[in-house]
Write a protein that binds this ligand. Structure first.
Ligand SMILES: [Zn+2]
Length: 148
């Protein structure tokens, strides 16, 4: 689901994200900045609806349409992440290829960098005939000790 980055410098902070916008000639409107600030602040994966509610709760006025349009523009330019979840699309600050841990207790999705062993990847390539360029793994589990 990840789009390849257009440039070499990775986005590691809110400032990097804003720099990337500028480099791509994207206007940094107040609303666009609000959304990026929120995503970098919470470091969670949020739906457009949640982003709308949280910003308005913070007194940052933004309309539904503006939230959707900005998220779409930021994602299609590789500045934020978009994942297809069973509840709909979720957006995150991390635009690099990464894996996720899905906690079934809290419904949280956490980012995780995983590196698979080289020989494992080579095995997959031999098995499938596909040259692997990136991968993302979904882990599922729970955080609380469950009593049986
Ligand atoms: Zn993520």
């Amino acid at each position: 689901m990840q789009k390849p980055a257009n440039t070499t410098k990775p986005i590691r902070s809110l400032e990097d994200a804003l720099d990337r916008c500028q480099m791509l000639g994207m206007r940094i409107s107040r609303q666009r900045r609000f959304i990026l600030e929120l995503l970098w602040q919470v470091k969670e994966h949020l739906s457009a609806r949640e982003i709308y509610h949280r910003l308005n709760q913070q007194g940052k006025e933004i309309g539904h349409t503006s939230v959707y349009q900005n998220l779409e523009a930021l994602f299609s330019n590789g500045i934020i992440e978009c994942i297809e979840h069973c509840d709909g699309r979720l957006y995150g600050n991390n635009s690099d290829t990464h894996s996720h841990i899905n906690c079934t207790d809290t419904n949280q999705i956490l980012d995780l960098q995983v590196e698979l062993p080289e020989d494992f990847i080579r095995q997959v390539e031999i098995q499938t005939g596909v040259k692997i360029t990136s991968y993302t793994i979904n882990f599922y589990g729970y955080c609380n000790q469950q009593s049986s």
